[in-house]
Design a protein around this ligand. Structure first.
Ligand code: ADP
Ligand code: MG
Length: 308
């Protein structure tokens, strides 16, 4: 039986979506792109339903979530519904939600013993001096908790600048984190692309001159990177602990070893495939087809119930 794969994505024209479609077809799968905003869900015990553009969805073996930041709520709701209906996925809805919330992600991973830039969070204006005290001396990085592509990430060179940025974010009712600035990373970070239990490729991103943010969307440049054993281990552990089978784990190289910066649940393929020359889409499909094989075996061989 041909595996039937769905890509949960708003935009079939994106490079990453196109590459996943191509890799799925090369492996003999039927593949279709589902826009999460066109899924209607029925929630009832034993009678979950999903209609796509008004029509019942045919059998799907696995879904590959590619959920953009603007549709996190709808995307994860649809993905959770698919999980409840028995569709295999490399990353669960809850894992995606944990990754997208930087504070939650940091709390979960710090509890696991994974090192990260010292991070503080608080709500009250009265606590601004407390946040700065918790993080330590400036410079600080103040960032939106759910920002992306480097926007809303600000370097404050002294405590007065930190206080101003914090006031501005508070004035906008935005959730933000205050962090230690890791100067020795010198405007670079590492994007470790994890599939399953392995880093399949890694690149070092370097910020454009005059910037400290290495995001490619901010003009950063990428080059193939070699990770040491500690970096590989942190990347794999972080993805695994969050429950992401596909993840872009970003690390900073610091004097005290690799620091976890963030975990992306829908990492782009264009930059990493260009930097590595590898077929990362193919690696993702192989991983997903492995999950399909496991779930088919489980269905074929129902759990035995002890007699008597
Ligand atoms: P986004 O989700 O917007 O990508 P990040 O937290 O990943 O936000 O920050 C964007 C970039 O800014 C990172 O890739 C890194 O280059 C730089 N950066 C972020 N936080 C720090 C920090 N604490 N110290 C040094 N550089 C940082
Ligand atoms: Mg980032």
């Amino acid at each position: 039986m041909r595996p039937r794969i769905a890509l949960l994505s708003r935009n079939a024209a994106l490079y990453s979506t196109q590459r996943l479609i191509e890799a799925a077809r090369q492996r003999g799968c039927t593949v279709r792109v589902l826009d999460p905003l066109r899924c209607a869900l029925k929630v009832a015990p034993g009678a979950f339903e999903l209609r796509y553009r008004g029509r019942p969805l045919p059998r799907i073996d696995a879904v590959i979530p590619r959920i953009g930041h603007s549709v996190t709520f709808h995307g994860t709701a649809v993905l959770r519904q698919m999980e409840l209906m028995g569709v295999a996925t490399p990353s669960t809805a809850d894992a995606i939600l944990s990754a997208r919330d930087k504070l939650r992600c940091h709390q979960i991973l710090a509890a696991e013993g994974i090192d990260l830039p010292v991070t503080a969070f608080g709500d009250s204006p009265d606590d601004t001096p407390v946040l700065l005290d918790l993080v330590g001396p400036a410079p600080h990085v103040v960032k939106l908790n759910e920002g992306t592509q480097g926007s809303g990430v600000v370097l404050a060179r002294d405590a007065a600048a930190s206080r101003s940025v914090i006031e501005a974010f508070r004035g906008l009712y935005a959730s933000f984190l205050v962090q230690e600035f890791v100067a020795e990373a010198r405007g670079t970070d590492l994007r470790c692309f994890v599939v399953g239990d392995e880093v399949v490729a890694a690149m070092q991103r370097r910020a454009a001159p005059g910037d400290f943010r290495a995001n490619l969307h901010r003009g950063g440049k990428a080059a193939l990177a070699r990770l040491d054993a500690a970096e590989q281990a942190v990347a794999v552990r972080a993805a695994k602990r969050l429950g992401l089978g596909v993840a872009g784990v970003d690390l900073l190289r610091s004097n005290r070893g690799p620091l976890l910066l963030e975990v992306n649940s829908s990492p782009g393929l264009e930059g990493i495939e260009a930097a590595s020359g590898l077929d990362i889409a193919g690696r993702i499909l192989d991983h997903v087809l492995g999950l399909v094989a496991v779930s088919r075996r489980r269905v074929a061989r129902p759990r035995r119930v002890a007699a008597g």
